[in-house]
Design a protein around this ligand. Structure first.
Ligand SMILES: Cc1cc2nc3c(=O)[nH]c(=O)nc-3n(C[C@H](O)[C@H](O)[C@H](O)COP(=O)(O)OP(=O)(O)OC[C@H]3O[C@@H](n4cnc5c(N)ncnc54)[C@H](O)[C@@H]3O)c2cc1C
Length: 393
């Protein structure tokens, strides 16, 4: 039996960050992970460049049964604190869009930063290690693994959500919560592409590869980014964002002219260029292949603008600005970036992430019922929740 002050299960973003913070306080820290590669999700993130935070991160960018829960951790360790750390390591980065910060070079720089911080803090990391059981002792916790048994005063669960099982995701954290009678807010795949009913899929798969600007709306929430038609359904940032708010059976509406007045534009064009074909007029705004499919889908004619009466012009504008579609599902955890739901925050201290009625047990990162928007928010939650636990565990 080996003794540590702190054992952290999960060497992802939250676990490694928490480990370094606890180690800096002089705590002896062991991090255990079953994966071969450390920080697998970080390496895959942001298309290999890791969108490590967002300049505008605030509690409004997170979903949770208790929307106030994330406030304390996010204010104790902000995006500016992480940006300062990235600057200390001289990692070059840029804002891609909407405050999203990406490494110029590679996501590996963020993994290297975390490992360097852990090394400085004398953290011991054991990967490729399966955990068989966790139990409570009088003085703390016991963790039994294929690579030896460990005792610790504080146990931190940082095993993430269910998305991307091929990167090592498991329900381990939820099982530990259940072992301690902590409820789980029902989980589902989020930041995930939509799949479509057969007749929509036939039309949309022909548009595969086309991307257009859109405002996606569902349940009174809207995102103004682009959408991507794929051979399986709908993807792109606006779709991923709205998928977190969508529930099975609901419709999503897309305004494909999100930054202006399409009907007004068509009326002006009708007056100034009456001989212009509708498809040629719309081609100022959309790819040609997309226009023909959209007109066919709505059974709208393609003729010179002067031949449209007022009602028909409105119908064309309506088709492009209020496209309603009912997804038949999502691609699920296989491609989802995150998991919605998780460990019920009512049972955790928002200041420290410690379980209220179980001294020394902590849950951090994605395993908790706090889920960020697309755009660096989920890593910020991993850093902030890892930091506050690392200060006290
Ligand atoms: C493809 C992809 C791209 C993403 N891009 C971004 C992005 O650019 N910006 C952003 O903010 N967010 C992004 N995310 C989301 C972000 O990666 C996660 O929210 C974040 O990694 C969560 O951190 P975590 O430490 O809680 O969990 P994870 O990073 O998932 O780490 C959990 C760790 O626990 C280990 N583990 C799990 N089960 C066990 C077990 N039974 N025994 C031992 N170890 C176990 C896993 O191997 C893993 O190492 C992306 C996600 C994906 C899938």
């Amino acid at each position: 039996m080996q003794n540590y002050d702190v054992v952290i299960i999960g060497a992802g973003a939250a676990g490694l960050f928490c480990a370094a913070e606890a180690g800096k306080r002089g705590r002896s820290v062991l991090v255990i992970d079953h994966a071969k590669r450390l920080g697998g999700k970080i390496l895959m993130s942001g298309g290999g460049r890791c969108n490590f935070t967002n300049m505008y991160a605030s509690p409004e960018n997170f979903l949770s049964q208790n929307p106030h829960f994330c406030k304390s951790a996010l204010s104790q360790y902000t995006q500016w604190d992480f940006i300062a750390l990235v600057n200390d390591y001289k990692i070059a980065y840029h804002e891609k869009t909407l405050g999203q910060l990406f490494c110029d070079d590679s996501a590996k720089q963020i993994v290297d930063l975390l490992l360097a911080e852990c090394k400085k803090a004398k953290v011991v990391i054991k990967n490729r290690t399966e955990i068989s059981a966790v139990s409570v002792l009088e003085s703390g916790y016991q963790v039994l693994t294929a690579g030896g048994d460990f005792e610790c005063e504080s146990l931190v669960i940082a095993t993430g959500g269910l998305s991307m099982p091929k990167l090592g995701a498991t329900p381990f954290g939820y099982k530990i919560a259940e072992q301690f009678s902590i409820p789980i807010v029902p989980t589902r795949a989020a930041l995930v592409p939509f799949t479509l009913h057969e007749h929509d899929k036939e039309v949309i798969s022909e548009l595969s590869g086309i991307s257009v600007d859109a405002r996606a709306t569902c349940n009174n929430t809207s995102f103004n980014e682009n959408i991507l038609f794929t051979h399986r359904g709908l993807s792109g940032p606006a779709v991923l964002q709205i998928s977190s708010y969508w529930k099975p059976g609901q419709e999503v509406s897309f305004d494909l002219f999100p930054n202006g007045d399409l009907e007004g534009n068509l009326k002006l064009a009708q007056a100034s260029t009456p001989e212009l074909l509708m498809s040629n007029c719309l081609s100022k705004h959309y790819p040609k292949r997309f226009i023909q499919s959209a007109l066919d889908y709505y059974k709208l004619p393609n003729k010179p603008l002067k031949q449209y009466n007022h009602k028909e012009l409105s119908q064309v504008a309506e088709a492009f600005t209020n496209w309603q579609i009912k997804p038949n599902g999502t691609e699920g955890y296989r491609t989802a970036e995150v998991t919605l739901g998780g460990v019920d925050t009512d049972y955790l201290s928002s200041k420290t992430m410690e379980v209220k009625r179980q001294k020394g047990l902590f849950f951090i990162g994605e395993v908790v019922d706090v889920t960020g928007w697309l755009g660096g928010y989920n890593f910020q939650w991993a850093w902030s929740s890892g930091f506050v636990a690392g200060r006290v565990c």
